[in-house]
Design a protein around this ligand. Structure first.
Ligand code: HPA
Length: 320
């Protein structure tokens, strides 16, 4: 990824932003169906850019993912930039393009990145509609060399060999749990978990055998985004908070077998119904996103309010 392109995009945006929004502290990437966050922020004036109008910015082509960058004040005070829709690797973007916005955010001055996504639940305790705070990830493609930091190191941004053992900021996770207890969690059945996210390239959903493999490797969730962006954010020292909405449960039971005696005599429709059980479906993913989006939004907003109150006014003991 060329530094020249990142800085051209940075200059393009900066030149068009009013003083109060020129240095966003927080960047939020809104996943499938979770773009409603953008309507909760105060924009003074209305500042948003279609991805297509921003030089070098990758565009999302997926139905249900708008493509715009929105600048505004979260809770009326915290300057923030929101990505409504993101580019995915499965759309054919290179891994450099997928992570390009993160370095633009770094140049703008962002120090905290919040990512949301839709994911399949591999942990049998997770229900559709639950929210999971990521505390680690499995990046099979990255381990095999499909990695956003491959190539000459971008020294302007970070070190050659960044550690990722501390990728998921602990203070931010504590704050989310606090926000959960005082707001969303107190009022409904939805549950908040912490878990490990496995990145897959997509766009096909996983087979049953792949789901079992990922579960055995230690993953609680599976999805097609987020991890490349997190790797690039950590490389340049941005702290990270990531939240998944469980939109479907991955099927862990083995595929029905053609030599199962119990299936003999069933007609084509009956066999089809048995095979379809639990099948992932993009519409289902979007629908779960729609109904849970409000809770996810409130959780993010409350967390930002708590975190930035603490950092600008010191903690309860008066320490700065
Ligand atoms: N697998 C991969 N990505 C996903 C899934 C899934 O089951 N659900 C939502 N995004």
């Amino acid at each position: 990824m060329s530094f020249q392109h990142v800085s051209e995009t940075f200059s393009f945006l900066r030149d068009r932003l009013p003083e109060c929004l020129r240095t966003p502290q927080v960047a939020i990437i809104c996943g499938s169906g979770l773009g409603g966050l953008a309507s909760t922020i105060q924009r003074l004036p209305q500042i948003e850019f279609d991805y297509a109008s921003i030089p070098h910015f990758p565009r999302s082509t997926v139905a249900g993912h708008a493509g715009k960058l929105v600048f505004g004040l979260l809770n009326g005070e915290v300057p923030a930039v929101l990505m409504v829709g993101r580019a995915h690797y499965y759309e054919g973007h290179s891994i450099d393009q997928v992570t390009f916005p993160i370095r633009v955010f770094k140049l703008l001055g962002v120090d905290t990145l919040i990512l949301t996504n839709a994911a399949g639940g591999l942990n049998p305790e997770y229900m559709v509609g639950d929210i999971v705070l990521l505390n680690d990830h499995i990046f099979l493609a990255g381990l095999a060399g499909v990695h956003p930091l491959r190539g000459p190191n971008a020294e302007e941004f970070g070190p050659r060999f960044p550690a990722l053992s501390d990728a998921y900021d602990l203070e931010l996770r504590c704050q989310v749990h606090n926000a959960w207890v005082t707001t969303v969690g107190a009022e409904n059945k939805r549950r908040l978990h912490e878990g490990v996210y496995a990145f897959v390239g997509g766009p096909s959903y996983e087979t049953r055998a792949e789901c079992r493999m990922l579960r055995q490797l230690g993953a609680d969730l599976v999805g097609m985004s987020t991890v490349p962006e997190i790797v690039v954010a950590r490389h340049c020292g941005i702290r990270v908070l990531a939240l998944s909405l469980v939109t479907n449960n991955a099927v862990l039971s083995p595929v029905p077998r053609g030599d199962d005696h119990l299936l003999q005599g069933k007609n084509v429709d009956e066999l089809d119904t048995i095979l379809q059980e639990g099948k992932a479906d993009h519409e289902e993913v979007l629908e779960a996103g729609r109904t849970a989006a409000m809770d996810m939004q409130r959780l993010v907003i409350q967390t930002v309010a708590n975190v930035f109150k603490r950092s600008s006014h010191g903690d309860a003991t008066g320490n700065q």
